[in-house]
Design a protein around this ligand. Structure first.
Ligand code: NOJ
Length: 554
C-alpha cells in the first residue's frame, strides 16, 4: 500500500538522483552536458521512478574543480544554458512530480568571482579583502605562509598575491575560502537561497557544510593529527577549520529562509564529521538532513553493513531527521568497482579502492562481474532501508569506474595538485552512455569531454531498455516496489541475521534479505517480488538480495 508523506516531509524517504550536469547529456554538440540535455531526458528521469534530482553545480565556472569553483551563484554557465533553461527544466521536472535540489557552494567562490577580483585589486585591510581570508605571511619578509595548513587537494592551503599577502583556500588555489564572519557574505547567501527558491528549487545540497566557521584568531592554530586510514573522523568542535559549533548559527539563518516557503525548502549537509556530530546539521532548526557516507566507506562485509545500518537508524531516531543512504556519488569510486577488487584485497571502501586502482590501473584482476553482482545486491539492500536514498547518475546502468583515462586528459585537481599521487575522481564522472551505436554513445554529437571506454556500449541505456534482466530494469522495478511498499521509518531485524546474512522486515511485512557469504541459504517464507540475481533452486545465492512480501503481489 502506498503511503504518501505529508507535503512538507517529501524528503524523508525520497529517492534522490544526482545529476552531474556536464556529464549527463549534451544538447548543443560541444561535448559538455547541459541543461538542455537534462530537459531532453526528463522522460527518462520520470521513467526511473525517482522523487527528486540533485544537480551538481551548473553555475558559471572555469571548471577547475568540476564547477565547485563558482563565478556567480545566481546564473547558469553559458556553456550549460540560461536561467530560462533552468526554469524550463524545473517546470518539466515538477510536471512529472520530481523535485529539484541544487548544489550550493558556500565555503569558497572561484577566483573569477567579482568579489575575489575586487579583493585582488583592493589594498590590504580593505572591506573587499575582508570577504575572504587574507593574512600576512610569516618570516622576516612574510614569504612563509601564515600557517602550515594543507589544502584538501594537496599542497599548501595558502597562496601569495602580488602585494605579499596570502589568501586561504582549503581546496584548489582557484577556490578562495569566504570569510563567514562577514555579515555581507552571510546576507548575500541568504539572497542566493531566496533567488533559487523563488525559481522553484525545492532544496539545497550544501557543499563542505562543516567548513564555513573557522577559528582565525592569531596565532593560527596547528591542526590536530588526522585519524589513521579506516578510522572514524575525530569528534570535533575544537578543530580550527572543520565542524565548529558556530557553523550552526549560519544554518539557523538559512532555516528561517527555508521556512518562508511552502513546502519549506530542505538542506542536506555534505559534512564529513564524526557521526555523533551529524545531528546538529540535520536538525529541523538547521539544514534538516545530513549525508551519512558510512555505507560508501564500508567494505562488502555483513558485519560492517549491520553496524552502519544499526548505528545510523539509532542516530536518526534520536535527532528526528531521516537518515540518508549513499553508495556512489561524484567524489567516490563507483560501487560496482569498489566491490570488484580481487579477493585477497577484499577491502572495498573508497579509500582502499582508489589506492588499489592507482597502483594497479586497469588490472585484469578486477572482477567486474562480481562487482556488478554485489553492487546490485547492495543497491536493493539500500533501497529497502528506512530513510532517503541518494543515487548517482550511471549507477542505474551498472557503470564501473573508468580507471584508465590517460593522465593528460584528467581534469580533477585532486590528481593534478597531488602530482599524480591521488587517483582523482574523473573515473566516475565520464559522460553517460545513452545508445550503443551512436557517437559518444549518444551523449553528444561531439567527443565527450572525458573519454568513454568501449565497454560502455552494452551498458548504454538503449540496449538495457530492452533487457528485463538489466541493471536499469532492476532499478526501475525496485523504485516501483519501494513506492508501493513504503512504510514507517523503522525496521525489525529478523532471526536469520547472522555473520553471513542480513535479514530485516519493514512495517507492513516487506522483508529484505542479503547473503554476503559464499554459500546459498534458504529464503524466508513469502513471495519474492524482486531479486538482484537469479535464485536457483529457490535458494538465495552468494552476493544476492531479495525482497519478499507476505502475500502474492496485487
Ligand atoms: C565537495 C564536492 O562534492 C567536491 O566535488 C568538491 O571538490 C569539494 N567539495 C570542494 O568544493
Amino acid at each position: 500500500m502506498s503511503r504518501r508523506p505529508a507535503a512538507a516531509d517529501w524528503w524523508r524517504q525520497a529517492v534522490v538522483y544526482q545529476i552531474y550536469p556536464r556529464s549527463f547529456a549534451d544538447s548543443d554538440g560541444d561535448g559538455v552536458g547541459d541543461l538542455g540535455g537534462i530537459i531532453s531526458r526528463v522522460p527518462y528521469l520520470a521513467s526511473l521512478g525517482i522523487d527528486a534530482v540533485w544537480l551538481s553545480p551548473f553555475y558559471p565556472s572555469a571548471r577547475v574543480d568540476g564547477g565547485y569553483d563558482v563565478d556567480d551563484y545566481r546564473d547558469v554557465d553559458p556553456q550549460l544554458g540560461t536561467l530560462a533553461d533552468f526554469d524550463e527544466m524545473t517546470a518539466r521536472l515538477h510536471g512529472c512530480g520530481i523535485k529539484v535540489m541544487i548544489d550550493i557552494v558556500p565555503n569558497h567562490t572561484s577566483d573569477r568571482h567579482a568579489w575575489f577580483r575586487e579583493a585582488m585589486a583592493a589594498p590590504k585591510g580593505s572591506p573587499a579583502r575582508d570577504r575572504y581570508i587574507f593574512r600576512d605571511g610569516q618570516g622576516p619578509d612574510g614569504a612563509q605562509p601564515p600557517s602550515d595548513w594543507p589544502s584538501s587537494f594537496g599542497g599548501p592551503a595558502w597562496t601569495r598575491v602580488p602585494d605579499g599577502q596570502w589568501y586561504l583556500h582549503m581546496f584548489a588555489a582557484e577556490q578562495p575560502d569566504l570569510n563567514w564572519a562577514s555579515r555581507e557574505v552571510r546576507d548575500d547567501f541568504l539572497a542566493t537561497l531566496r533567488f533559487w527558491s523563488d525559481r522553484g528549487a525545492d532544496g539545497f545540497r550544501v557543499d563542505v557544510a562543516h567548513g564555513l566557521a573557522k577559528n582565525l584568531a592569531e596565532p593560527l592554530q596547528p591542526l590536530p593529527a588526522e585519524p589513521d586510514p579506516g578510522e572514524q573522523p575525530v569528534r570535533h568542535g575544537a578543530h580550527p577549520l572543520w565542524d565548529r559549533d558556530e557553523v550552526h548559527d549560519i544554518y539557523a539563518e538559512w532555516r528561517q529562509v527555508f521556512n518562508q516557503y511552502d513546502p519549506p525548502r530542505i538542506g542536506v549537509a555534505e559534512a564529513w564529521v564524526h557521526p555523533s556530530r551529524r545531528p546538529r546539521y540535520a536538525s529541523p532548526d538547521g539544514l534538516g538532513q545530513a549525508f551519512n557516507f558510512d555505507l560508501l566507506e564500508a567494505n562488502w562485509e555483513c558485519g560492517e553493513f549491520l553496524r552502519v545500518i544499526t548505528d545510523n537508524l539509532a542516530d536518526a531516531q534520536q535527532h528526528g531527521a531521516s537518515t540518508t543512504w549513499v553508495l556512489s556519488n561524484h567524489d567516490v569510486v563507483r560501487h560496482a568497482t569498489r566491490y570488484a577488487l580481487p579477493a585477497q584485497d577484499h577491502l572495498s571502501s573508497t579509500r582502499n579502492t582508489r589506492a588499489w586502482l592507482l597502483s594497479n590501473g586497469t588490472s585484469p584482476e578486477l572482477d567486474r562481474g562480481l562487482g556488478t553482482r554485489r553492487a546490485r545486491a547492495a543497491t536493493l539492500l539500500m533501497l529497502a532501508l528506512p530513510g532517503s536514498a541518494y543515487l548517482y547518475q550511471g549507477e542505474e546502468l551498472g557503470l564501473h569506474e573508468v580507471a584508465d583515462i590517460p593522465a593528460g586528459l584528467l581534469q580533477d585537481p585532486a590528481f593534478l595538485r597531488s602530482g599524480g599521487t591521488e587517483k582523482g575522481r574523473d573515473g566516475c564522472r565520464v559522460p553517460l552512455p545513452w545508445a550503443s551505436d551512436r557517437p559518444s554513445f549518444g551523449f553528444s554529437t561531439a567527443a565527450a569531454h572525458l573519454p568513454q571506454p568501449a565497454w560502455f556500449g552494452p551498458l548504454s541505456v538503449e540496449p538495457q531498455e530492452h533487457d528485463p534482466a538489466s541493471t536499469l530494469a532492476l532499478y526501475r522495478q525496485a523504485l516501483r516496489w519501494r513506492a508501493k511498499l513504503q512504510a514507517a521509518e523503522s525496521l525489525e531485524w529478523m532471526p536469520g541475521t547472522n555473520g553471513q546474512v542480513l535479514h530485516f522486515r519493514r512495517p507492513g511485512g516487506w522483508q529484505c534479505v542479503t547473503n554476503f557469504g559464499p554459500r546459498a541459504v534458504p529464503l524466508p517464507r513469502g513471495t519474492v517480488v524482486l531479486a538482484s540475481s537469479p535464485l536457483p533452486e529457490g535458494l538465495l545465492p552468494a552476493d544476492t538480495t531479495a525482497w519478499i512480501i507476505p502475500h502474492a503481489p496485487q
